[in-house]
Every structure is written in structure tokens, then in C-alpha cells.
Write a protein that binds this ligand. Sequence first.
Ligand code: ARG
Length: 456
Amino acid sequence: MQSQKRKLADILTRKFGFKDLVVDVPEDYRFGDYSININKIKNLSKDAGSIIKFLDDLWKEKEISSVFERVETVSGYINFYLKEEILFENLKKLALEDNLSVVSHVGKGKTVVIDYSSPNIAKRFSIGHLRSTIIGQALYNTYKSLGYRVIGDNHIGDWGTQFGKLLYMIDREKVSEFDIDKLEELYVRFHDEAKESPELEDEARAWFKRLEDGEERAREIWKRCVEVSISEFDRIYKRLGVSIDFSYGESFYEDRMRDLVKRFDEGKLKGLSDGIDGAKIIDLSDFGIKVPLMFLKSDGTTTYAARDLATIDFRVKKWNPDIIIYEVGAEQSLHFQQVFAAARKIGIVRDDVVLYHTGHGLYLSEDGKKFRTRSGGTIKLEEVLDKAVAKAKKIIKESSTSRGFSQEEIDKLSEKVGIGAVKYFDLKHSPQSNIIFDWDKVVNLEGNSGPYIQYT
Ligand code: ARG
């Protein structure tokens, strides 16, 4: 399509001597695929006769009449309509290419980092992380096809006080082997017990401190938790057709946070002040944000926000991005306002680098609350995928079209149709709106649905 546009501009310049010609793409397709403003064509007389003659001459050019279906003048514009077969050829080319093709070069020379998916370790991949994963990958693909250098980074939640809770439970219960279900169960049990005995929270903090201090046993158990979780995530990504370039994860920033602290101590970075009980904070009142960012807690352990600051520092140095997008839910709005303001305040990112939080909506229950199953847990994403695939399989098997298909072919097709339905259901909503979780709609295969688009 780009090449057609270039060809058009080329002929008009070469053949008719039009200089500095701008070929536009009208916003409304009814005004053609390309158009030029007649008044901007310098050496063309603007009377009707000359314009008609010009169009006649133009149409005699083979390269024009073989590519365009018609050329019209409408209120000061000459509009060019591409032939359907040209559009179709182009679409076919796009669809057959394995790699995303670049459809525009607006992003040439620019870099965008997209932070997406970013689930937390030791929990199953829940429906809650579907949006970030799907919208994030769509953003990634879009920027890529606009010619940007795009870097996807999965900021996995593999560090923080919650690991103290797990380590405490694993140690207390003398658990030697565990899978992700076991980890989830221990986590839930910890919270139930901590309601009765709040002192458990201190135990958990102590264990997190042991982890941050690098104690060998704490490290060993933590590492196993990470491995068990990552292999589960990878399976889901594969099914979703999602592939994220990097997954540095929060733990990667341990040393880098220490480095930030050192730079504050040496006076190279400014803006850290004393909070209550020896905590370290960054005051953001200059930015109109009342709640200061908590950088270090009173026991000296680091925070989620501190890790995000170290992450910005790292990304800026490693990739020198023009834009960093955080594809994260709206419930973290305050967190990102704080992190962005603090990053500017302490001076680890240039002012012209765009920091953007998409703030997508949540999956809600019908009563408008955050989605929970009857037992109070969240829905596992895999359960949703399996259900959609099973539904697709049933329909495919019952259809006469599948007669003669091998079992393997039916399985493959069901997977594509089922997963496509779930992905499309998510993407067809505006990112900012909340979605009422409804089993029938998520796995819908009719009407405005994924399978319908696939069929088209
Ligand atoms: N792991 C976090 C969560 O599940 C999301 C992380 C988003 N990215 C970030 N840079 N903070 O809530």
C-alpha cells in the first residue's frame, strides 16, 4: 500500500512536474484511499477544463488505470480509489507473512518499551492477567507494524513481602516438594491464620528480610517457587500465542535498588527523605500528589515502588526509549502516578520520555465487585481457555464440515477457535472499560465473536 502511494506521488511529480506534492490518506474511506488537495498542486490551473484534461491524461497512464478503480474530484480534492483486487492482494500478503509486516514508518528511529502481562509468582495465571497479556501483545504488534523498535518486558512479580509469607509457611510445614497449587494453598492458609494471629505478619517480614539478606536456604526455596511458576506461565503464553522478549522480573532489580540507595547517599540523586520510623520516602507534593512514595520500609526492606524506579533507571540506560508503556490495570493508578512523578523528581528519566499507564478495566462480577468465584478465589485463566476449546470442539464435531477430519485436526482447530474466542472477547471491549465476567459471553462463538472474524 505504501508502494502504491509512493508510485502515485512519483508519477505525478515525474510526468506532470508537480513539485512538493503531498498525497494524503483520507480519514474517511469514502473519500478514497488517497487524495490530494487541488489547491496545493502548484503548477496546475484550477479551472474545470484544465482539471478534466489533467484527469484524462492521468488515466492514460497504465500504472494509474491498472491500480485504481476510479479517480474523482470532490470539493477541492482529487480522490483515488484502489481496485479491490489490489487491496485483496495486499491483505493476503499480510496474512501469509509469519512476521508482522511494517505498514508505516512513523515510528522509525523511535523505541518503545511495553511492560505487560507481569503476573505474580506462586499464583496461577488468573483471568485478572488476561487483559494485560492480550492488550499488551496487541500494543506490541501495533507499534511494531508502525516501524518502532519495540521491546516487550514481562515485569514478573517475583520479589516482595509475599515471599516472606510463603517461605514462612514452607518452612513451618516442612514442605519439601511443591507445585503451584500447593503454593496457592499455603498462601491462602497464611492469610486465614494471620487474621487470627497478626504476629504471623512479623514472621513473614523476617523471612523476607532473610531473603533480601541473601540467606542460602531462603534463596533456595524462593528459586524453586520461581521455577515452578514460570513453567506454568510459559505453557499459557504458548497457548495464547504470546511471546514476550524479556522477563527481568522484580528480583532482577535487587542490586540496582542498592545502587539507587548508594547514589542517594552519595548525593548523586536527590529527593529521598526520612519518613516515620526510619522509613525512606520521596515527597511528591510538588507534583500535586499527597501520598509520598515509600522507597524503603522501616525495617530497611525495599518496596514495589522502589523496584519500579530501579526498573525505569535500567530501561532508560539499556534501551534509551522514547516511550514506556505500562499495560497494567486501573487499580494501580496511584502507584504509577507516584512512580512517574518520583522518577522525574529524582532525575532518572528525561522529561521528553513518555511514561504511560494504560489503566485497563477489570473483570467484574455481576454485582460490580472484582470478579471472584463462589469459593472466593479468582478464576483460573486455563479453566476459561479449556472451556472455550471444549465448546468449540463440540460444535466442530457435530458439524458436517468436519467429516473426514482426523482427531488431531479437530483438536488443532478447536484450540484455534476456542482461544481465538477468548482473546477476541477481551479485545473487543475498550481497554478502559470494566467487563462483566459472563461464562457464556467469554466463550461465545457466534455473532460479534472471534470465530466469526476467523471465518471471515
Ligand atoms: N505484578 C504486578 C501485579 O500483578 C504487575 C506489575 C506491573 N508492572 C510494573 N512495572 N509495576 O499486580
